[in-house]
Design a binder for this molecule. Structure first.
Ligand SMILES: [Zn+2]
Length: 318
């Protein structure tokens, strides 16, 4: 199953919401989050253009990640009845020069030059990896095309001496690019078979293992504890007569703890101990924390001291 929002983005957001802004790692993690979020927004924007193309019976997959020999992730995958397309999406702004010799992209922004790898090298690698995986599972091969799509309307693509420029597209050019391929490749499989293959891929999606606390060397004691107010977002609400109440705006809530538990699940790689929940919910006994997790439908794993709780929505991913 592919999550709607990438877990990497959710984990960064959960961490930033609890990391004090003066923490030495805050800025770095914030920049990473922005980068992942803008990448994801760029990919989501492309959906509109993909749906504009007049195609046979297309199936789309966004963010498929397969672990096979080495792992590979594909921004957008189009499976139709006679052909397939792998798309790498870039959300860069500013003028970008495609250097045909170094196979690098050079972006000039506010007088500063920045270098990025050529996205066609990335899709070409995926183009080699995907058929191997399909083959191993007895899935029919079809002609497969690749392109890199620049979704930001403020990107100026300098492609004059770049030999592969027909595979570098803007989002607006994507529908006609796809229609041209579709016209030359009539159906070889049935729509139901196509659907079956795409469901199979969906089932084989695997999220990247990204234990965010370890990744950035953050300790639980670095984080802000307590239940934030759902109305004014400030920390922390007080537990008063079985409800939480905000000392700043007086908002009262009986379920303000649910987002806290979801964030803890993201930050702990979906292993919340009773102790951790108690520590972050504030104003509760460990026993009350356990009862809350039971009521919220958490799945208990193990017994006594080593027991932990898993958030059901995150079980398919971690
Ligand atoms: Zn409030």
């Amino acid at each position: 199953m592919i999550p709607k929002t990438s877990l990497k983005v959710l984990k960064h957001k959960a961490l930033l919401d609890r990391l004090p802004q003066d923490h030495p790692q805050y800025r770095y993690i914030y920049d990473k989050w922005r980068q992942f979020e803008s990448g994801q927004a760029g990919e989501a924007n492309l959906e509109y253009y993909l749906k504009q193309a007049h195609l046979d019976s297309p199936q789309f997959l966004n963010g498929l990640r397969i672990e096979h020999q080495s792992a590979f992730q594909i921004d957008w995958l189009l499976f139709d009845l006679g052909y397939r397309v792998i798309l790498e999406i870039k959300n860069y702004t500013a003028p970008i020069y495609f250097d045909p010799h170094s196979r690098q992209l050079i972006r000039t922004k506010a007088g500063e030059k920045e270098v990025f790898p050529d996205p066609l090298l990335q899709v070409d690698l995926q183009h080699a990896q995907l058929p191997r995986f399909l083959d191993e599972h007895g899935i029919e091969q079809l002609p497969t095309f690749t392109a890199a799509v620049f979704v930001n309307r403020y990107a100026i693509l300098e492609l004059q001496d770049y030999p592969d420029r027909h595979r570098i597209l803007t989002a607006q050019a994507l529908p006609s690019f796809l229609e041209k391929i579709a016209r030359k490749h009539p159906a070889k499989i049935s729509p139901s078979r196509n659907q079956e293959i795409v469901s199979f891929l969906h089932d084989h999606h695997q999220e990247a293992h990204f234990p965010i606390m370890d990744r950035y060397g953050i300790k639980w004691s670095d984080l802000i504890k307590g239940v934030p107010c759902p109305a004014c977002t400030r920390f922390a609400m007080n537990r008063i007569r079985l409800r939480w109440q905000c000392p700043f705006c007086n908002e009262r809530s009986s379920d303000a703890y649910l987002p806290v538990l979801f964030d803890l699940a993201l930050l702990s790689e979906n292993r919340i101990t009773k102790r951790l929940a108690y520590d972050f919910l504030g104003g509760l006994s460990p026993d009350a924390a356990r009862k809350m997790m039971n009521r919220a439908g958490f799945i208990k794993v193990g017994t006594s001291k080593g027991a932990y709780y898993r958030h059901h929505d995150l079980v398919p991913f971690m």
